[in-house]
Design a protein around this ligand. Structure first.
Ligand SMILES: CC(C)(COP(=O)(O)OP(=O)(O)OC[C@H]1O[C@@H](n2cnc3c(N)ncnc32)[C@H](O)[C@@H]1OP(=O)(O)O)[C@@H](O)C(=O)NCCC(=O)NCCS
Length: 175
């Protein structure tokens, strides 16, 4: 599996993948409520490329080496201030449990700390999302807090886990 920055032409492939995975994504991803049109995904990719250019977000698609297929997405987002980046991810339903999300989050954490001024990386997930919470935990993030939030996706409990790693502990744990 390798991570690729969105370059602009991935909208149709992304649209096919999201539509094949709607029932898998809907429980946890607020944006997966309804089937997106191809235009919506083309627009999403256009915005993602723009975010790269303006340095506000870094969106990637996951490419499976054996097949060359797009099998998910992951990204770094500036949501909690200038020194913090937040990681998000999803993986196609027929490719889960192969370590793709863990490998993506590991690579993105290292990439984040390679950027100027980044001191902390966070992963947020609902307390009920066992599959997602396993990822920061196994990467050595610490659970900093549990926040009450209004649920935005059907399976969310309204308890958001905020997993955090700071640059010193990431570097100290590096192999
Ligand atoms: C959460 C998600 C990204 C995990 O992707 P993945 O590539 O399967 O994750 P990994 O293979 O790296 O899994 C790492 C570990 O998480 C745990 N895990 C993953 N899926 C799990 C599941 N369905 N149930 C319980 N534990 C699970 C396991 O401990 C797993 O390791 P193991 O397979 O060696 O036991 C994927 O299930 C997904 O896309 N879900 C829907 C969207 C979503 O919830 N995104 C995150 C929002 S915060």
């Amino acid at each position: 599996m390798s991570l690729h920055a969105f370059g602009g032409g991935e909208g149709p492939a992304l649209n096919r993948l999201v539509n094949e995975n709607l029932a898998h994504l809907r429980p946890w991803m607020p944006w997966a409520r309804e089937a997106p049109s191809e235009e919506a995904n083309v627009e999403f990719v256009r915005r993602t490329v723009e975010e790269w250019e303006s340095n506000v977000g870094f969106g990637y698609w996951l490419r499976e080496e054996a097949t060359g297929e797009m099998v998910g997405c992951a990204g770094l987002h500036r949501r909690a201030g200038p020194q913090v980046l937040e990681i998000g991810y999803w993986v196609s339903k027929d490719r889960v449990r192969r370590g793709y999300a863990t490998a993506s989050a590991r690579a993105l954490t290292s990439a984040a700390f390679g950027l100027p001024g980044i001191l902390r990386v966070e992963i947020h997930c609902d307390a009920g999302n066992v599959a997602s919470a396993a990822i920061p935990e196994r990467l050595g993030y610490r659970l900093a807090r549990v926040e009450p939030v209004a649920p935005r996706a059907p399976s969310e409990s309204g308890r958001r886990l905020v997993w955090v790693v700071d640059v010193a502990s990431w570097v100290a744990a590096a192999p």
